[in-house]
Design a protein around this ligand. Structure first.
Ligand code: CO8
Length: 260
């Protein structure tokens, strides 16, 4: 098995568990981690011994978003790392035949929330928190959040969350439909593994086609909104308010918007 630096990957009973592993930055997703995630998901999907994938951040945090320090150091979308379209790695999710069960403990913010939204089933434990705080950074969600959050929780809640950055606790997230189930603290990964084992116990082609049908009903086949969001993110990324917002986070202060 390949060695990953920012992931832990284990396989047991037809279930691959992928754990995001950058504990000192709350699993913030930088370019290197995103690349590893695509590799690990693609490898699991290609394996005939794998019937389901668990995606988790471990027992304390799912992911606090894209890596703001890395983004702040990127002057524009024309610069090297971003030339290839920093959101494109998310296209791996709709391509997977193997269902992905997200196990969420703690923060799932920004890109972290978007990873959960891209999963097929989301199990959250008490204390889990979901949100799209990009507006506070002078940005918008860029990994599908504006599209999939609307589908998950409806327009009013999605609009409020994206426009204000308000976070949603596990209970509200379950009521709204973002989460399939809430479990006791410390149980998200175990319960997600149980769900994944049940899925992996089914006939692989039947499961794959069932997933495809539900994904179609959930709007996953139409990627125009995702692509529009990505371009809009890129357009806003180079504005001075985005620079100020990201810099303010890095400097641990409140941003001062130029365009107020
Ligand atoms: N990126 C980089 N570093 C982070 C991030 C992040 N998203 N989140 C936390 N960290 C770091 C902190 O800087 C801190 O580092 P250090 O110890 O060196 O100071 C460490 O993790 C611990 O964080 P805190 O001290 O802030 O921990 P708290 O418990 O006080 O707060 C929070 C936890 C509330 C989660 C807080 O860390 C926070 O608000 N984080 C940022 C959340 C956020 O805004 N996420 C959205 C990011 S933007 C995004 O995801 C856009 C996706 C699309 C991008 C497409 C192109 C790339």
């Amino acid at each position: 098995a390949p060695d990953y630096k920012y992931l832990r990957v284990t396989e047991e009973e037809r279930v691959v568990t992928i754990t995001l592993h950058r504990p000192r930055s709350l699993n913030a997703v930088h370019g290197a981690m995103a690349g590893e995630l695509v590799a690990a998901l693609t490898a699991a999907d290609a394996s005939s011994t794998v019937g389901a994938i668990v995606l988790t951040g471990g027992p304390t945090v799912f992911a606090a978003g894209a890596d703001i320090a890395e983004m702040a150091a990127t002057t524009s979308y024309a610069s090297a790392r971003f030339r290839k379209d920093a959101g494109a790695f998310m296209d791996v999710f709709p391509r997977l035949r193997t269902p992905v069960v997200a196990a969420v403990a703690g923060y799932a913010l920004g890109g972290g929330c978007e990873l959960a939204l891209a999963a097929d089933v989301v199990i959250a434990e008490e204390g889990a928190t979901f949100g799209q705080p990009e507006v506070q950074l002078g940005l918008i969600p860029g990994w599908g959040g504006t599209q999939r959050l609307v589908r998950a929780v409806g327009k009013a809640k999605a609009m409020e969350m994206v426009l204000t950055g308000r976070r949603m606790g596990a209970e509200e997230a379950e009521r709204a439909g973002l989460v399939s189930r809430i479990v006791a603290k410390g149980r998200a990964e175990g319960e997600a593994a149980d769900v994944a084992r049940v899925i992996a116990g089914g006939s692989a082609p039947v499961v794959a086609v069932a997933k495809e049908c539900v994904a179609l009903a959930a709007g996953e086949a139409d990627d125009r909104g995702i692509r529009f969001e990505r371009r809009a993110f890129q357009a806003l990324f180079s504005l001075d308010d985005a620079k100020e917002g990201m810099k303010a986070f890095v400097d641990k202060r409140t941003p001062e918007w130029r365009h107020h």
